[in-house]
Write a protein that binds this ligand. Structure first.
Ligand SMILES: *[C@@H]1O[C@H](CO)[C@@H](O)[C@H](O)[C@H]1NC(C)=O
Ligand SMILES: *[C@@H]1O[C@H](CO)[C@@H](O)[C@H](O)[C@H]1NC(C)=O
Ligand SMILES: *[C@@H]1O[C@H](CO)[C@@H](O)[C@H](O)[C@H]1NC(C)=O
Ligand SMILES: *[C@@H]1O[C@H](CO)[C@@H](O)[C@H](O)[C@H]1NC(C)=O
Ligand SMILES: *[C@@H]1O[C@H](CO)[C@@H](O)[C@H](O)[C@H]1NC(C)=O
Ligand SMILES: *[C@@H]1O[C@H](CO)[C@@H](O)[C@H](O)[C@H]1NC(C)=O
Ligand SMILES: *[C@@H]1O[C@H](CO)[C@@H](O)[C@H](O)[C@H]1NC(C)=O
Length: 630
């Protein structure tokens, strides 16, 4: 969730002034056990309230569609995001495995909705021939494409969806329903793993939808998906296209993000930030496996570098000039946490899901050391431990022996986890509603989207770990992979096929040719350019269905807006460009004389499906826009 594009920051920060006021009467923390028990049930119910078709807060959402929030204005989150939905579904599958049988229909509906969504043509691309459409971050709640300008593609969605569905498939297999796992669910997973194997080494937008580059969270989840996808494929006797990339993804994860103190959240980008970001903590809880080794390639919560990273990230929010809410909290205690310190979205406040995520992270790490019966502190992790256990030394602490210190260290880690959970408790309104954020300044009221599905899902998974409840292991006993000595770039061409047994429409690959639309159009900050035309892919002259162009190549020398679109080969189209204004003013179309004609070249089924067959060389004709001053 977050900013629609860097260009829109100014617009959104205006909204930041408006905050929700239902957070008065904050309860004082007491009895964390009772709070967590009650809030876990409230949170799960509130997740279900945001799922179609029967969710009480999301009328109009199709079956299995997990809506990000019922909020339709300031901000409008009434969409389904692939990432939020998949993370939420993972929690639902885990709760189902823990015995909540009434959740199974939600899982089944989700499977159906995702089979359909995979085939929807959208501004990230089409399903055929190269799966590019799977990278679309969000859709309308009726499963149609969302056409507005956005930070796209985002490459974590397919990986996270695969992870949730693999967990469920493993349960099906262990419960006599292997055929269903293979014929109904696997085809969806297979498309997603194809996408991951093909695009892991391409840039995309991060989980906060702001930075184009390579994102630690995305890479880490891609790695998990490929490893456990490969194991599942073997179990059901099918090929996994893309899973062969796992070792190179691990190498990239291990080598490229670490700076000696923490994992830089976004690389292959120039975002001008320190790189300390909740991204790197949320990634590790999403790949957590109780039985993993701390040096596993997946970078587990108990990994030394991950612990150093955790400290660096958390400490960045201890500055009380930045976060008055954390004033006076001692070093060994949990604090309210936001996404990253440079954040300006809704003025950059703490998030419930991140603060709960920090607690979950620490419960995870403590559980791993407990399971292993030992804990090794090294130079890298020492500072993390000294904050909460001042006499910590670089050595291996074992549970053996009468005077073992290990229980004391684990107690310190657990207390630290509890102190983050207490922060969530302190700022949760009495009715248990969880918005996206709570204000960093007094009176610390909830703000941004109300009833954020991901906030609730994060609370439930934190509560599971606190209760000693874990998702099944996904890492094979011998470790996830052996990381190669030398990292190389890579991509395996994916195989995409609609998951018809799960309800995907029986679409077949049409012969398409890639057209690159390029137009020189000088725009002001906040303005966007779309291309519209007389075919359905180009919105049939409907501005709201036009295809948003991307300004990443825009420079002082060349005001370039561009997009590559796969269009049915052989046809003749009419098209024109249109300006989307910053404050919702009427769109500005090019002058009628600019109504252009283009013949889409015939396709060559043997050619590279990504080859661009024609590039337009257009220049905006007509009126320019001016800011609305909103
Ligand atoms: C691709 O992989 C190589 C090798 O790990 C790495 O150096 C490079 O940064 C990666 N690029 C992207 C965009 O993932
Ligand atoms: C990751 O890289 C570090 C430093 O280059 C190396 O010491 C470590 O063994 C690598 N981890 C794995 C799992 O290979
Ligand atoms: C797609 O192809 C399959 C196999 O050739 C065929 O059975 C099916 O009818 C086709 N679907 C459409 C919508 O053309
Ligand atoms: C779009 O316009 C072109 C050129 O006028 C025409 O040949 C084509 O049939 C039109 N396509 C549709 C779908 O109307
Ligand atoms: C372009 O021309 C077609 C056919 O002449 C017409 O239907 C369409 O409305 C025109 N579009 C614009 C934006 O002028
Ligand atoms: C693009 O169009 C401009 C203006 O008509 C022309 O000067 C230029 O040569 C064209 N470039 C290409 C690559 O066709
Ligand atoms: C667009 O700008 C580029 C760079 O200035 C120029 O080479 C190209 O000819 C321009 N295209 C048109 C159609 O004017």
């Amino acid at each position: 969730m977050g900013i629609i594009s860097a260009k829109s920051i100014a617009w959104l920060s205006v909204l930041a002034a408006c905050s929700i006021t239902n957070g008065s009467n904050l309860p004082r923390p007491n009895n964390l056990d009772a709070f967590v028990k009650k809030q876990r049930a409230i949170s799960l119910q509130n997740v279900l309230n945001n799922i179609g078709p029967d969710g009480s807060r999301v009328p109009g959402a199709a079956a299995g569609v997990i809506v990000a929030s019922p909020s339709t204005v300031n901000p409008d989150y009434f969409y389904t995001w692939s990432r939020d939905a998949a993370l939420t579904m993972k929690m639902i599958v885990d709760e189902f495995l823990l015995g909540d049988k009434r959740l199974q229909p939600y899982i089944e509906d989700f499977i159906h909705s995702q089979a359909v969504i995979q085939t929807v043509t959208n501004p990230s691309g089409t399903f055929f021939p190269n799966g590019a459409g799977l990278g679309e971050p969000k859709y309308n709640v009726d499963l149609t494409r969302y056409n507005g300008a956005w930070g796209r593609p985002q490459r974590d969605g397919p990986a996270l969806r695969a992870i949730a569905l693999i967990t469920y498939s493993n349960w099906l297999l262990s419960n006599g329903q292997g055929k269903k796992a293979k014929t109904v669910v696997w085809p969806i997973i297979s498309n997603d793993l194809s996408y991951v194997g093909q695009y892991w080494n391409s840039t995309g937008f991060d989980l906060w939808e702001e930075v184009q580059g390579s994102s630690f969270f995305t890479t880490q989840n891609q790695f998990r998906a490929l490893v456990e996808g490969g194991v599942l494929a073997k179990r059901i006797g099918v090929q996994c296209t893309g899973c062969d990339q796992a070792a190179q993804v691990a190498c990239f994860l291990n080598e490229s993000y670490w700076n000696g103190e923490y994992f830089i959240a976004n690389i292959n980008s120039n975002d001008g930030r320190t790189g300390k970001d909740a991204n790197t903590v949320l990634g590790s809880i999403s790949v957590f496996d109780l039985n993993a080794r701390c040096d596993d390639a997946s970078i587990q919560p108990c990994n030394s570098r991950s612990l150093s990273n955790f400290k660096a990230f958390v400490d960045s929010f201890r500055d009380s000039t930045l976060y008055p809410i954390n004033k006076g909290v001692p070093q060994a205690k949990g604090i309210a946490l936001g996404r990253y310190t440079e954040d300006v979205y809704f003025t950059g406040n703490p998030w419930y899901l991140i603060t709960a995520g920090a607690a979950e992270y620490l419960y995870d790490a403590a559980a791993q050391w407990k399971a292993q019966g030992s804990l090794t502190i090294d130079e890298t992790s020492l500072a993390f431990f000294q904050d909460i256990y001042p006499v910590a030394q670089t050595k291996t602490y074992s549970s053996k022996g009468k005077y073992s210190e290990l229980p004391r260290i684990l107690k310190a880690v657990t207390n630290y986890a509890e102190s983050f959970a207490e922060v969530v408790q302190k700022y949760t309104p009495t009715d248990g509603s969880l918005a996206e954020q709570f204000s960093k300044t007094s009176p610390f009221n909830p703000t941004s989207a109300i009833d954020l599905t991901w906030s609730y899902a994060a609370f439930v998974s934190m509560a599971e770990r606190r209760a000693g409840q874990y998702s099944p292991s996904w890492i094979p006993a011998k470790g996830s992979v052996v990381v190669p000595q030398q990292c190389t770039s890579g991509s395996t061409k994916g195989v995409y096929s609609p998951a018809t047994a799960a309800g995907a429409p029986d679409i077949n690959a049409t012969c398409t040719s890639n057209v690159r639309f390029e137009v020189n159009a000088t725009t002001y900050y906040g303005e966007n350019i779309l291309v519209a035309g007389n075919t359905t892919d180009l919105g049939s002259w409907d501005f709201g269905n036009g295809w948003p162009l991307d300004a990443s190549g825009y420079t002082g020398q060349r005001p370039l807006w561009a997009a590559t679109i796969a269009l049915t080969a052989g046809q003749t189209i009419n098209y024109a460009y249109v300006r989307q204004e910053d404050c919702g003013q009427d769109p500005i179309w090019e002058s009628a004389t600019a109504n252009r004609t283009l013949v889409i070249p015939p396709c060559d089924p043997d050619a590279d499906p990504d080859a661009i067959l024609i590039v337009t060389n257009d220049s905006w004709q007509g009126q320019t826009g001016s800011t609305g001053g909103c």
